[in-house]
Design a protein around this ligand. Sequence first.
Ligand SMILES: Nc1ncnc2c1ncn2[C@@H]1O[C@H](COP(=O)(O)OP(=O)(O)O)[C@@H](O)[C@H]1O
Ligand SMILES: [Mg+2]
Length: 197
Amino acid sequence: MSQPLPLDRHALRQHLRHLRRALTDKQQVQAADLLAEHAVNFAPVARAARIALFLSVDGELNTRPLIAKLWQMNKQVYLPVLHPFAAGHLLFLCYTPETVLTPNKLRIPEPPLDIRQLTPLDRLDVMMVPLVAFDRDGQRLGMGGGFYDRTLQNWRQHGFLPVGLAHECQQVERLPVAEWDVPLTAVLTPSRLWQWE
Ligand SMILES: Nc1ncnc2c1ncn2[C@@H]1O[C@H](COP(=O)(O)OP(=O)(O)O)[C@@H](O)[C@H]1O
Ligand SMILES: [Mg+2]
């Protein structure tokens, strides 16, 4: 958090992804359990019926314990699927314990593209968002695909709340911001909730 950050977006991504991957297995397990506990007590999540999540890769906070809790609470969980035609766009499909996941071209497991399982964004209450870094203003840096910038473009009209999930070490003072970047109004880490606005 206090390291000097001279870096452009590419170098920042590399630096933060390295920090994240350097966490030990034990730190990862603790972080994921704390976060799950935290997240289900966060009011917008506690009252949500439909929540979009993501499956963790690359040292991201493991979302599995949270997903298990949400299922126990009878919440509907959705996962992103790469849009088959519209490059750079995501679809959100229902994820249950019975769903068989298959790795996509980015090697991230996703549900089968069954339109009966597809949800319009308007139906979601909360969308948990992955990130590589976030800053003091809630600005978000992703993996570089812009997927969530596109998805979050009109989040207020859709009526869901985007919530970033991150390890503490992913916070930086200030990120370079591009015109298409969509800032977050909430980020959950294992130890606290950050909120803006
Ligand atoms: N709403 C959008 N519409 C069209 N292209 C977008 C949009 N948001 C992002 N992009 C494109 O996605 C690319 C990656 O965005 P970037 O913000 O760098 O990635 P990330 O948010 O994953 O860190 C950018 O080059 C940008 O042109
Ligand atoms: Mg962006």
